[in-house]
Write a protein that binds this ligand. Sequence first.
Ligand code: COA
Length: 155
Amino acid sequence: MTPADVEALGDLFQANDTRETRRQFSPFALDRAVARRLLEPPHLDRFFGGWSEGRLMAFGMLRGWDEGYAVPSFGLLLDAAARGRGLSQAMVAFGLGLARRLGCNEVRATVNASNLPSLRMLERAGYRERSRVPVVVDGEPDEKLVMVCLLSDHA
Ligand SMILES: CC(C)(COP(=O)(O)OP(=O)(O)OC[C@H]1O[C@@H](n2cnc3c(N)ncnc32)[C@H](O)[C@@H]1OP(=O)(O)O)[C@@H](O)C(=O)NCCC(=O)NCCS
């Protein structure tokens, strides 16, 4: 995604700024200011979109490089209307392909144990659990899992 996509990303964030989504996706606030900041160059982190009929339905990211981490972290947000249709698989595959093209040996992802669709999506793509810690999310006990996908396993 480029600065030309700021409006579309802001729309996606704003439409999905719900308690349910924030509970599972909380790397940053889902608002227009963040959309602008994320896509504003220069940045090392990569953001990519899934579009349908000109509308942004999915936002994927490989981030962590701007903060100095060597291993990027994958994140994905689908528009609520686009969930449950298999789009997530294409976005995960694209993220892993991009990471491989950028020379990464592994990609991380952080997910709550309660986020069953995300866990299943990541496991199916080849991510495996590396660690888990107890957390409280929105007042409820949960577990935060760090998942890792080793790209050398994907010849
Ligand atoms: C997480 C997210 C990207 C998944 O996309 P999705 O389209 O909703 O996922 P799907 O419906 O394709 O489900 C993915 C898998 O989980 C399975 N699944 C869905 N709900 C499930 C449940 N309650 N229990 C077990 N498995 C479940 C699906 O059957 C599918 O498995 P399959 O491919 O083997 O059939 C999407 O829900 C989303 O954007 N959520 C909000 C943001 C978020 O949580 N991001 C993840 C943190 S990085």
